[in-house]
Design a protein around this ligand. Structure first.
Ligand code: 6PG
Length: 244
C-alpha cells in the first residue's frame, strides 16, 4: 500500500473539493456511478459547501453519485450533532442529487437496530448478500486521539471483522455511535483523510511518522495507492520526514 500525502499551503478546502470531484468523476467514468462515503465532524463542512458551489457542482454528474455516511451520532437527523444534518445543510440540499441517492443512517432508532439496518441498506445497494462491497471513495477525518469515523481507541468497533457497520458505546463521549468498520473502509478504491489546523499537528505526526498500530486511523489501509491524506500547513507542522 502506498500513501499519498498532500501538504497544501493553499486553500485546503478548495483543494479537497477538487480531489473529491476528480475521484467521483473517475469512478463515474469507470463504473457509471460513484458511491461516496461522507465523513462527519467539523472539518469537512466547508469542503462540502465547496462541492455545492458554482465552481464544482457543474463538474460533477450528481445524478450518478450515491452518498452514504461512514459514521453517525445516535441523534435525530435534525439534531445539531447529526452528521447527516451537517452534510445536508452544507451541500446535499444544494446539489441536484436525487433523494433516492442519499442513504442516511437512521441513528435515531436503537443503536444495534440502526447498525443492522444500515448494513442491510448497503448490501441491498450493492446487491451483495455477503462479501465486502467496494465504495469508490471514503472520506475520513482524524480525531485528537487518533480515531477516525467512530472507530475510537479501546472500543469494540476496532475488532469487528465481519460486519460492515456496527454500533459502539464511546465512554469518553458517554454516547453511542454507528460506524462503518475496517473491513468495508479498507475495501474502498480510495480513502481520503482531510485534516486541518495546528491542533491536529501532534496526532498527525504520531499517526503518520510514529510507531504503527497505536491509533485506530493507522489501521485504515486500502489496497494499492488508495490512501490519500490532505493536510494543511498547520496539521503538517510537526512532520519531519514524510514525503510531500
Ligand atoms: C465524527 C467524525 C469523526 C471526525 C473526527 C474529526 O462523526 O465526529 O466522523 O471521526 O472526522 O472526530 O473531527 P473534526 O473534523 O471536527 O476535527
Amino acid at each position: 500500500m502506498t500513501r499519498i500525502i498532500d501538504i497544501r499551503d493553499t486553500d485546503i478546502v478548495s483543494w479537497s473539493a477538487q480531489v473529491i470531484a476528480r475521484y467521483l468523476t473517475e469512478a463515474i467514468r469507470q463504473n457509471g456511478r460513484a458511491r461516496l462515503v461522507l465523513a462527519g465532524g467539523s472539518t469537512p463542512r466547508l469542503v462540502y459547501s465547496q462541492l455545492a458551489s458554482e465552481r464544482f457542482t457543474p463538474t460533477i454528474d450528481w445524478e450518478n453519485v450515491k452518498v452514504f455516511w461512514g459514521d453517525e451520532r445516535c441523534v435525530p437527523p435534525d439534531h445539531s450533532d447529526s452528521n447527516f444534518r451537517m452534510a445536508h445543510e452544507a451541500f446535499l440540499d444544494r446539489v441536484p442529487i436525487p433523494r433516492t441517492n442519499i442513504f442516511r443512517i437512521r441513528a435515531e432508532i436503537s443503536p444495534d437496530q440502526a447498525a443492522l439496518e444500515y448494513e442491510d441498506v448497503i448490501r441491498r445497494e450493492f446487491s451483495m448478500n455477503e462479501g465486502l462491497p467496494r465504495f469508490d471513495l471514503v472520506l475520513l477525518g482524524l480525531g485528537d486521539d487518533g480515531h477516525t469515523a467512530s472507530l475510537f481507541p479501546g472500543t469494540s468497533s476496532l475488532t469487528e471483522k465481519r460486519l460492515l457497520v456496527t454500533s459502539v458505546f464511546v465512554h469518553k463521549l458517554n454516547s453511542h455511535r454507528i460506524t462503518m468498520t475496517y473491513p468495508v473502509i479498507n475495501k474502498a478504491t480510495r480513502v481520503l483523510f482531510i485534516v486541518s489546523g495546528e491542533t491536529k499537528s501532534t496526532i498527525v505526526q504520531n499517526v503518520l511518522e510514529g510507531p504503527a498500530g497505536r491509533y485506530p486511523s493507522q489501521y485504515v489501509k486500502p489496497d494499492g495507492n488508495g490512501l490519500h491524506w490532505i493536510l494543511d500547513r498547520g496539521a503538517a507542522a510537526l512532520l519531519k520526514h514524510t514525503k510531500q
